[in-house]
Design a protein around this ligand. Structure first.
Ligand SMILES: C[S@@+](CC[C@H](N)C(=O)[O-])C[C@H]1O[C@@H](n2cnc3c(N)ncnc32)[C@H](O)[C@@H]1O
Length: 265
């Protein structure tokens, strides 16, 4: 095996590993429920009190982030290209209806809708503040609704559409859940008839683990306060979470990493 491939393999941490993830939210920390980012109340508070995580209430301001003219959480200059890569996957799978969960500011979804105006799109989040704000600004979206991914019933994702042509998009939301919660979620999706899922996720690598450790050390020395904000996992941790329910295709492009799942039965 060439040296570059060996290094890549080692960097991918080729074994299951899940670690707790901590972030610094500065003055907004005081508003988080239980001092953690792990509830709808905390996400609402973060969106309302931290400029990097806020969702603009005016269409003009929101478009600046959605068009990558200003940088916000999950919304950067590469977003239109990421949307292109996702659009290609949707087209290859013959998808005509998208149900995106935990959309936050929905910049990626805006770019996907812009590239595919005929795609039937529902955006959802469990944070009432995000949903109310998006309803005002994301006027192209066919439907914007409150939806808690811990719901047992995922049939709202399938309303009025054949399951074969429908896909659930999970863009950087895996971080919000424990492995057991994710296992239960995939079972619930499968039981509700969801056939296609695209997971776009951060994968924990050796380099990422090291830079996280150094960053945390420096910030601790500066006296910054860390807040629990979910879980990070290595690539190998993911597939067992949906076990025998879904067939897995790994998605590894220059801009997105993740998994495309297709129901086995
Ligand atoms: C890390 S942010 C990702 C936002 C967006 N997808 C992106 O990549 O920029 C996680 C989002 O998931 C939402 N979320 C967390 N737990 C959720 C749940 N149980 N059901 C639905 N949404 C949830 C939060 O409100 C937040 O908007």
């Amino acid at each position: 095996m060439p040296a570059k491939k060996i290094l890549h393999y080692i960097n991918s941490l080729p074994f299951p590993l899940t670690i707790r993830h901590y972030s610094v939210f500065g003055a907004a920390t005081a508003f988080l429920k239980d001092g953690e980012l792990y509830s709808a109340e905390s996400w609402d508070a973060l969106r309302m009190n931290h400029p990097h995580f806020s969702i603009a209430e005016s269409r003009e301001e929101w478009l600046k982030a959605a068009e990558s003219k200003i940088k916000k959480d999950g919304q950067d200059g590469a977003m239109p290209l990421r949307a292109e890569e996702i659009s290609r996957i949707l087209n290859e799978c013959g998808i005509s209806s998208l149900f995106s969960v935990g959309v936050g500011g929905a910049g990626l979804e805006y770019q996907i809708k812009k590239a595919n105006p005929d795609l039937q799109m529902t955006c959802s989040d469990f944070s009432p503040n995000s949903v109310d704000t998006l309803k005002k600004v994301f006027t192209e979206c066919d439907s914007i609704r409150l939806f808690d991914m811990k719901n047992k019933d995922w049939s709202p994702a399938l309303q009025g559409v054949s399951a074969d042509k429908q896909l659930v998009l999970m863009n950087h939301v895996d971080i919000e859940f424990t492995n057991n919660e994710l296992r239960e979620m995939f079972q619930n999706m499968h039981d509700s008839g969801i056939r296609n899922i695209l997971i776009v996720c951060n994968r924990l690598t050796a380099r990422g683990l090291l830079s996280r450790f150094v960053d945390r050390l420096i910030r601790r020395l500066k006296g910054e306060h860390f807040v629990f904000a979910g879980y990070l996992r290595t690539k190998k941790t993911f597939p067992p979470l949906w076990g025998s329910l879904y067939q897995t295709t790994e998605v590894e492009t220059p801009l997105i990493s993740g998994f495309l799942l297709k129901s086995k039965n």
